[in-house]
Design a binder for this molecule. Structure first.
Ligand SMILES: [Zn+2]
Length: 347
């Protein structure tokens, strides 16, 4: 009995020490940035019950009012050390907003002017068309060096080519949305309604397949070509749509890292805030990121991370069709143990 009691006491002490350590980390981080996002940041790594406690400090939906909040309670579980920021002068994340995607809200003033949730000097970093070797990892490294987070709109086909890269995007705490199956113009007159729907839903299923989990219900139309019927459709699917405020034009011929930084900063200094559109698919974008993030920091800009309140629900028929397309064996053929299929009969 005494041993059991001692063990229990030791566990309690260990838990308190670990929790205090985690809290210390977040307190230290909070000193560099906005205290109100402490709980939001901590919530990233916490299980559901702890998230509930921190939830009040996460901005919810697009009805936004930047309200200061009291210090958050100490997290109940240890933080993951990999999340620690080694750079004391990092750009970081100033706040996390959680989006309720019910009814398919739109963001980015180039097309959607309903939800003006960013305050002065706030930016959202978004990256389209990945995952792609070299370029996506270059963007990830630049973001990690500055302990900041982005929102990635993945092309389904690319996700199936490089699932391991997309998994990295998610593992590093970024938000992953989708950008169709094969990056076609959904507003083209050549596309039937069914083809448009297939492009979108297959894109959802492909990104889910690559991640091994549901992506955020966040979508960006290729080339920002908003098909009106699909805008309504996303309303029924509870998928938020993203346009942009600041186009980096990093996909244009002749783009260089320097030009990308200048294009973004010139427009941003004029607007004062906004959702920035970039492409982790593009080599120059990865190369531009360290300088761009340094300019954002020097200019007093703050990065806001957008997360979804609930994840996307893919449609089973598209999940199944994708598996068939990719010739992934189904559970039926996988179900037998290897020993019942392959037997050594002579050696
Ligand atoms: Zn694109």
């Amino acid at each position: 009995m005494r041993n059991a009691l001692g063990l229990m006491l030791a566990s309690v002490v260990a838990a308190v020490v670990i929790a205090a350590g985690g809290w210390f980390y977040y307190s230290a981080r909070a000193d560099q940035g906005a205290p109100k996002t402490v709980a939001a940041r901590a919530a990233d790594q916490l299980p559901a019950q702890a998230k509930l406690a921190a939830k009040d400090d996460v901005e919810t939906t697009a009805a936004i009012a930047a309200k200061p909040t009291a210090a958050a309670p100490a997290p109940a579980v240890p933080m993951q050390p990999k999340q620690a920021c080694a750079n004391p002068n990092a750009l970081g994340v100033s706040r996390v907003v959680e989006i309720d995607t019910t009814g398919g809200p739109g963001f980015g003033f180039e097309h959607f002017k309903q939800f003006d949730f960013l305050t002065d000097k706030e930016v959202v970093l978004t990256f389209d068309d990945g995952p792609w070797p070299v370029n996506t990892p270059a963007v990830l490294k630049a973001l990690a060096d500055e302990c900041t987070k982005g929102l990635f709109f993945s092309v389904g086909k690319h996700a199936t080519y490089h699932p391991e890269i997309l998994k990295q995007v998610l593992a590093q705490g970024h938000t992953v949305g989708t950008h169709t199956w094969s990056h076609v113009n959904l507003n083209s007159k050549k596309m039937t309604e069914q083809q448009v729907k297939d492009e979108v839903e297959k894109g959802f299923s492909a990104v889910r397949f690559a991640l091994g989990t549901n992506p955020a219900p966040f979508f960006r139309f290729p080339q920002l070509q908003h098909n009106p019927a699909m805008v309504s459709y996303f309303g029924t699917r509870n998928v938020a749509m993203f346009s942009t405020d600041i186009d980096s034009f990093d996909f244009r011929k002749g783009a260089t890292p320097e030009k990308i930084v200048e294009t973004v900063m010139t427009r941003l200094d004029k607007l004062g805030k906004g959702i920035i559109l970039m492409h982790d698919f593009q080599k120059h974008t990865g190369e531009a990121m360290p300088a761009l993030l340094a300019r954002l920091k020097a200019g007093g800009y703050k990065v806001v991370q957008m997360k979804a309140k609930a994840s996307l629900q893919t449609l089973p028929e598209y999940d199944e069709a994708l598996m068939k397309d990719m010739k992934v064996p189904t559970a039926g053929t996988n179900a037998r143990p290897i020993s019942s299929v392959v037997q050594t009969v002579s050696q």
